[in-house]
Write a protein that binds this ligand. Sequence first.
Ligand SMILES: C[S@@+](CC[C@H](N)C(=O)[O-])C[C@H]1O[C@@H](n2cnc3c(N)ncnc32)[C@H](O)[C@@H]1O
Length: 274
Amino acid sequence: MVVIFALACKAGIYEIDKAWIVNMSNIQYLEYWGNNFPWSFKGENASYEVRRRQRYELQDYMHEAVGFENYRHKRILEVGCGGGVDSAEFARNGAEVISLDFTSEGTRATRDTLREAGATPNVVRASAEKLPFRSGCFDCVYSFGVLHHIPKIEIVIDEIAGTLKVGGDLICMVYNKESLLYAYSILFLHRNEVADENELLRRYSERNLGCPYTRAYNKKEACELLYENFDNVEAKVFFDVIDTPGARKVKIRVPPEYGLGWHIILNGKRKKTI
Ligand SMILES: C[S@@+](CC[C@H](N)C(=O)[O-])C[C@H]1O[C@@H](n2cnc3c(N)ncnc32)[C@H](O)[C@@H]1O
């Protein structure tokens, strides 16, 4: 695989056949994410260092919860890399990172972010529903805020497990249904619009309206996603924030043991046999 990258990544991006991407992924999904890839500050020209600071000041739990520094000299796949700030964080901590997204906007932004961070871009444009890697080649798969936007999440988790070495780590973030943000900012503030909870979540989970699909999980449901393919499954809740009518991601003080934050960080180790 490394050889493929050396040959194919002259432009920093290895593109899987576009027709294939469109077949695999509903065009509506590509369009939404192409126009709304996060932490890219499209048109704002913010430098990588500014974007990095903003991301980890807002999501200030991430370094502790993810452990970017634990993968020095390890090979990591980031699934749904968006603007690439987390890929760069692994790379600057010494990991060999392969970044994957199904939008051309996300892959280009990630390539540019990695270059700006002084890292070598290994970026693949492909769908998470069919990962183009041989089995057992990654020490860690990382996916932040992505899996809950894919209706066929079970297929993606099987694909991820297949690319991991036995004992390799999965680290992912999914939204917490038992959070204040879900109860207040999504269900309560928009209670007069439609009765369907899933529709409200889809509409208001992201910064921009129109997200084609979002699902939220409680800790038990999130862990259940992993049991088939992973051992040592753990779910921890972080990010005590709400969206108010005037501002997004307002930090609030809640005792951590209440577990009412918006993000569930899920960890598991790939089973010997899957
Ligand atoms: C909410 S963003 C998260 C981006 C990044 N992980 C972050 O935390 O800023 C979701 C990302 O997943 C990508 N994505 C969604 N569905 C995908 C799929 N089926 N295959 C590959 N990438 C996907 C989108 O293009 C988008 O970049």
